[in-house]
Design a protein around this ligand. Structure first.
Ligand code: DAH
Length: 345
C-alpha cells in the first residue's frame, strides 16, 4: 500500500470514528466542515493528489472519489436520523398540551352605544356636506335662552328644568340648540352643522326621563332656505339612519320659540306597517323638533334675516336608541352595567 492509499484509509477511519461521537446536528456540522468542508481533510487529499504522478492519479483518484461519496452518504444518513430525533423531542414537549384546558378569561372592551350612534349620525351628515360642531356644556343664560328667543319670564323657560350654577347666569345647558348661536358667531353663512352633545335637566328620573341625556342639533343657513330644504334633509337623514329607503315623514305644527314656523316631524315606523310596541300601535314615531330659524335668533348670531334664512332640527339620542334597540329604561345608558354595555360591542 503506497503512502497516498494509506492516507485515504486513515482519513476514512478518522471520519468514521468522528461520526460515531456525533450526538447533535451541531456536532455533525462540525464533522462536515472538518472533512467535507472547503478546507477539510478530504479536500486536502484532493490537493495532494493533484501533485502526484499520472499513474498514481489514476488509481488513487477513484479511491478518493469513493471516500468522498462514502463520507457524503454517511453524513446525509446521520443528518436525517438526527433531524428525526429532534422533531420527536419537539413533539414530545407539546404532547401534554391540552387544547380544552381552562384559560384565564379576558374580555375586550367596546365602544359605548352613544359613540356608535353618534358616529353613525355624524357620518350621515358629513356625507351631506355638514360639519360636526360642539359647544360648552356649562353655558350662560344668554346662549341657552335669551339668544334663542326665550327672554326672561318667557313661559318656555319653565319647561326647561334648569340646573343653575352658583355663579350668576351660568347653567348646565338644557339643549344643544345653544350650539346654533356659537356657530353663527364663529362662522359666516353658508353654514351647515351637526352638533351632538350632552344636556342636563333638573327633573325626577324615571324610565323615560333622566337628568342627563344626549341631543343632536342640525342647522343649515344660506340664502333662500325654505321648509322644502328642511323636510328633504330630515327625510334623507331618517331614511339613512334607519336604513330604510321607503321611510316616510309627516309634519305637525309645534311650538319652539327659536323657530318660526315650528314643526314636529314624525317618521313612519321603521319596524312595522300595522302597529307595534316601538310606535305604540300608531305606525308613526315622533322624532324631531324643527322649524325655520326665527329672525330674532339669526340677529343674535349676527346674521341678517333679510338676506339669509335657515332651518334647524333637534332630536334626543337616547329615545332614538331606545326605540331602535328596545331599551326599556333610559337610566341604563350611564348605569355602567356591564351586561348592558357589552350587548353593543
Ligand atoms: N331644543 C329643543 C329641545 O330641547 C329641540 C329642538 C326643537 C331643536 C326645534 C330645534 C328645533 O333645532 O328647531 O326640545
Amino acid at each position: 500500500m503506497n503512502n497516498m492509499q494509506n492516507l485515504i484509509e486513515t482519513t476514512k477511519q478518522e471520519f468514521i470514528s468522528a461520526l460515531k461521537k456525533v450526538n447533535s446536528l451541531d456536532e455533525l456540522e462540525a464533522v462536515r466542515i472538518a472533512f467535507l468542508g472547503r478546507n477539510g481533510k478530504i479536500g486536502a487529499l484532493m490537493d495532494t493528489l493533484k501533485k502526484a504522478s499520472p499513474e498514481e492519479k489514476k488509481g488513487m483518484g477513484s479511491l478518493l472519489n469513493e471516500l468522498k461519496e462514502f463520507a457524503h452518504h454517511a453524513y446525509e444518513e446521520l443528518q436525517q436520523q438526527l433531524q428525526g430525533q429532534k422533531l420527536k423531542k419537539e413533539l414530545a414537549k407539546h404532547s401534554s398540551f391540552d387544547v380544552t384546558a381552562y384559560k384565564k378569561h379576558t374580555s375586550s372592551g367596546s365602544l359605548h352605544l352613544y359613540t356608535h350612534l353618534i358616529e353613525k349620525l355624524e357620518n350621515i351628515f358629513i356625507s351631506m356636506g355638514y360639519q360636526v360642531a360642539t359647544g360648552p356644556e356649562v353655558e350662560t343664560e344668554y346662549y341657552n335662552f335669551s339668544a334663542l328667543n326665550i327672554p326672561e319670564n318667557h313661559p318656555a323657560r319653565e319647561l326647561h328644568d334648569t340646573f343653575w350654577l352658583t355663579l350668576p347666569d351660568y347653567l348646565l345647558r338644557t339643549h344643544t340648540s345653544t350650539v346654533q348661536i356659537h356657530m353663527m358667531e364663529q362662522k359666516k353663512p353658508p353654514l351647515a352643522i351637526v352638533a351632538p352633545g350632552r344636556c342636563y335637566r333638573n327633573e325626577a328620573t324615571d324610565a323615560t326621563h333622566d337628568f342627563m341625556f344626549t341631543q343632536v342639533e342640525c342647522m343649515l343657513i344660506d340664502k333662500n332656505i325654505s321648509i322644502a330644504h328642511l323636510l328633504a334633509t330630515a327625510k334623507t337623514f331618517l331614511q339613512e339612519l334607519f336604513d330604510k329607503k321607503d321611510l316616510k315623514i309627516r309634519v305637525r305644527p309645534g311650538y319652539f320659540p327659536f323657530v318660526e314656523p315650528g314643526l314636529e316631524i314624525d317618521a313612519s315606523c321603521p319596524f312595522c306597517t300595522n302597529g307595534c310596541s316601538a310606535c305604540k300601535k300608531t305606525t308613526w314615531i315622533e322624532l324631531l323638533g324643527s322649524g325655520l330659524i326665527h329672525p330674532n335668533v339669526l340677529k343674535c348670531g349676527g346674521i341678517d334675516p333679510a338676506v339669509y334664512s335657515g332651518f334647524a332640527f333637534g332630536m334626543g339620542l337616547e329615545r332614538l336608541a331606545m326605540i331602535n334597540y328596545g331599551i326599556h329604561d333610559i337610566r341604563l345608558f350611564h348605569s355602567n352595567k356591564i351586561e348592558f354595555l357589552t350587548q353593543f360591542s
